[in-house]
Structure formats: structure tokens, C-alpha cells
Design a protein around this ligand. Structure first.
Ligand code: ACO
Length: 401
């Protein structure tokens, strides 16, 4: 490339790397990912071991503070989060102002941003103590906002939760309790949701996490940064894929279950259709999270006695893709979102809430990455460009154009 023709305004050299495929934006000690070998570790612990042995808040603590909590630290963390699980009553007015048809990701992103308005001092982060206050605030309030977004959507009165329950059980209660009915949640669902949230909790510098770090690098505050991350997560190429997968599987079912037809569509370069839930920017062998979720989907549906033809279609697609040279050559394997929607569906969660559930899981990762960025005093994120537009032009008044 003749760089003199690139009309750069800089005297130095600029790297152009669309999609940041080979550009690191930071050094991080949070999540290790080896895309070739299919390894994912949070702070050095394998995702497989954490999903089996830890609970979601323990993993949140690990991601945010860098080590597993002692019993005392764990208890204090729980208590501090519980103490923050009350949201301002005026937030209800905002929720009620949204049409019921609003996409829950738009609602939850707005509500998260609104938390700054109700907690203006949260923007001033001058010490680790200030950070801690924001961290427990959002961990306490976000599940309430998620549950209320859901209840508003399905027309149920808002539930204030029960702080005597565990964090994940309380989320399920706030979402699913029925008026005037005693609430008992199945252990199967509590464990399945706990596992799903752990599997989604961090994934190094993906689109939404990079967004959180970049927005936070302007010192915009944790809640505004996370609200931006939620918006980034919404897209179907990122977290929105879990909704898109289920919608795709539904259409294949309605279309007679002909998976071969959709395989052909996915391979046709003149057709914009992609096999949703396949492919990953970093995993070029397999997504370790997908393996765990596939097994969990089988267990949850089996234990709940649900026979879901959608699961059979998903397994059929996976089998065909693994034997198809188009997918094999491009290293396209099922990603975390391919099976997660099937479990959410088994839990009775509406399809357009799936990405909100992803956000709930990703929250600790976003917090940890924001905190790391602030503690390291990273400079404001401000990429450069190579200008390729017009050179200098003279302004012509509108009547002469
Ligand atoms: N179906 C069919 N073809 C695909 C798919 C797919 N799902 N994904 C990638 N390809 C093809 C591309 O057309 C391209 O083919 P080509 O080399 O012949 O042009 C090649 O594979 C490489 O694809 P890129 O889009 O360049 O890969 P990139 O790393 O930029 O994108 C992404 C990764 C966005 C995940 C992509 O695989 C995709 O769109 N998948 C479907 C959406 C999805 O499941 N997203 C969730 C990702 S996981 C997460 O965010 C939690």
C-alpha cells in the first residue's frame, strides 16, 4: 500500500484492523481464552470446574476481585448486595411508560442508564470504596430491573423479591411468582440458571465488554458504561444471537423441519441468511461453553419431562454442520448461544427476554473489566482512522449548487 495515498492526517503510522481482529485493546488479568484449544478460564479457574462447583455470586466475586471469596467475604458480599436490592419507586413510572411491546433489551438498557439519575454520586469514582459501592448497587438492583421488565411485559404485578432466598432463586421468584400464590422454585431450574449465568459471566474483550471499557474510559460511570454494553450485546451478531437462534429453529420447524434446506441457505453467498449460533470470532475449534450448555439442556428438559422438537432440530443442524466442508473449513462450530435459548424456553422465559438473561450473566464480567480499566488508569479509548474522503472543497451557497 502506498501510504501517501491514504490521506492520513497523522505523521506516524496507523494500523487499520477492521473489527479489531488482530488488535489488543488492553492487558487484562481476568479471563483467559484459547480459541484453538477451546479453553476458557476465569482468573485461572476452568469454566468447566466453576460451572460444576461454584455459584454465580462466588464467580462474580472471583471475576471482580481476582480471587475466590472466603466464607466471611462471601457473606459480606451477599449482605451488601441484598442491602442494595431496593430500587427507587420512581423507576416504576419509567417502566410503565414503555409500551408492553417494547423490546426488553431497550427497556433494560434505559433503566440501567436511569440508575445514574437516581444515584448521581455513583459517577464520582475516587477510591476503591467508591467503586465497591457502585458494584454492589448494580449487582443488587439489576436483577430487580430484569424481573420487573419481564413482569411488565407479561402483565404481572411487580414483585419485590425475598432477600432470605439465594441470589439466583430470588431472581426466579421476582420473575415467576404469581399473585396470591405460594412460591416454590424447582432446584433444577435454580441450578440450571446458576450454571447459565456462570457460563456467560465473562468473555474477555468481546463487543459489549469493549464497549463498557471504552465508555468507562471517559469516566462516564459504571451504570452508564453498562447501559452502553447492554446496547452492544443486543445485536444478533453478539448476544442477540440467542433470540435469533430460537427464532431460526422455530421457522425451520414451521417449515417442516427441513434442516438441509437451511444448511444450503447458510452456504449460499447470495443469501444473507447465516446459521445463527454458529461461528465465533475467537473459538476456532469448539466453544467450551456450548458443550456444557448442550448437556445442561438435555438434563433440564429431561428432568422437567419436556419433549421439545426444537432440541431435535438443533441437534440435527449441529450434526450436519459438523460433517459439512463449508462449516468445517471455516471452523464454524456451535457457540454458547446455540443451546442456551432451548433451556430458557424450557424455563418458560419468552424469546425476546433471552438476551436480557445473557446480560444478567455478563454483568459481573462487565463490572470486573470496568474496574480493572479504572484501577489501571487506562487512557480514554480513542481509535484513529485513515481518512479516505474528499480533499479540500470550496463551499457553494445553496442557490448556486
Ligand atoms: N453461517 C454461515 N456462514 C458463516 C457463519 C454462519 N453462522 N458465520 C461465519 N460464516 C462464514 C462467513 O460468511 C465467512 O465466509 P467467507 O470466508 O466465505 O466469506 C466466514 O464464515 C468467516 O465469517 P466472518 O463473519 O468473517 O467471521 P467473524 O469472526 O467476523 O464473525 C460471528 C463471527 C459474528 C460470530 C459470525 O460467525 C456470525 O455471524 N455467526 C452467527 C451469529 C452468532 O451466532 N453470533 C453469536 C456469537 S457468540 C456471542 O457473541 C456470545
Amino acid at each position: 500500500i502506498d501510504i501517501t495515498n491514504l490521506r492520513s492526517t497523522t505523521n506516524g503510522v496507523i494500523t487499520i484492523d477492521p473489527g479489531f481482529k488482530n488488535t489488543g485493546s488492553c492487558e487484562s488479568a481476568i479471563t483467559f481464552l484459547d480459541g484453538e484449544k477451546g479453553i476458557l478460564r476465569y482468573r485461572g479457574y476452568s469454566i468447566e470446574e466453576l460451572a460444576e462447583k461454584a455459584d454465580f455470586l462466588e464467580v462474580a466475586y472471583l471475576l471482580i476481585f481476582g480471587h475466590l471469596p472466603t466464607k466471611e467475604q462471601n457473606d459480606k458480599f451477599h449482605d451488601d448486595i441484598k442491602a442494595q436490592s431496593i430500587v427507587d419507586e420512581d423507576i416504576k413510572k419509567i417502566i410503565e411508560a414503555f409500551p408492553k411491546s417494547a423490546h426488553p433489551m431497550g427497556v433494560i438498557s434505559s433503566l440501567t442508564s436511569a440508575l445514574t439519575a437516581f444515584n448521581p454520586s455513583s459517577v464520582n469514582v475516587n477510591s476503591e470504596e467508591d467503586m465497591y459501592k457502585s458494584v454492589v448497587k448494580i449487582l443488587g438492583k439489576f436483577p430487580v430491573l430484569v424481573a420487573w421488565t419481564y413482569r411488565r411485559k407479561v402483565g404481572l404485578p411487580l414483585d419485590y423479591g425475598d432477600n432470605s432466598l439465594g441470589y439466583v432463586e430470588n431472581i426466579l421468584k421476582m420473575m415467576f411468582s404469581q399473585p396470591n400464590a405460594c412460591y416454590v422454585q424447582s432446584e433444577i431450574l435454580i441450578n440450571a440458571l446458576d450454571k447459565l449465568l456462570i457460563l456467560h459471566a465473562d468473555h474477555e474483550q468481546n463487543c459489549s465488554t469493549s464497549t463498557v471499557r471504552v465508555v468507562g474510559s471517559s469516566h462516564a460511570g459504571l451504570f452508564a458504561s453498562i447501559s452502553a454494553g447492554i446496547s452492544a450485546l443486543w445485536g444478533p451478531l453478539h448476544g442477540g444471537a440467542n433470540q435469533a437462534v430460537l427464532e431460526m429453529l422455530e421457522s425451520i420447524k414451521l417449515d417442516g423441519g427441513d434442516t438441509k434446506k437451511y444448511m444450503l441457505k447458510a452456504k449460499d453467498k447470495n443469501d444473507p441468511f447465516r446459521l445463527m449460533g454458529f461461528g465465533h470470532r475467537v473459538y476456532k475449534n469448539f466453544d467450551p461453553r456450548a458443550r456444557i450448555i448442550k448437556k445442561a439442556a438435555d438434563e433440564v428438559l429431561g428432568n422437567l419431562g419436556i419433549q421439545d422438537p426444537i432440541l431435535d432440530i438443533a441437534k440435527g443442524l449441529e450434526k450436519e454442520a459438523l460433517e459439512d466442508s463449508y462449516f468445517v473449513d471455516r471452523k464454524l462450530y456451535p457457540n454458547v448461544d446455540f443451546y442456551s435459548g432451548i433451556i430458557y424456553r424450557g424455563m418458560g422465559i419468552p424469546t425476546d427476554m433471552f438476551t436480557v438473561m445473557f446480560a444478567l450473566g455478563r454483568l459481573p464480567g462487565w463490572i470486573a473489566q470496568w474496574r480493572e480499566m479504572r484501577l489501571k488508569k487506562e487512557p480514554i479509548g480513542r481509535p484513529r482512522q485513515i481518512y479516505i474522503g474528499e480533499t479540500e472543497r470550496k463551499f457553494v451557497p445553496v442557490e448556486n449548487r
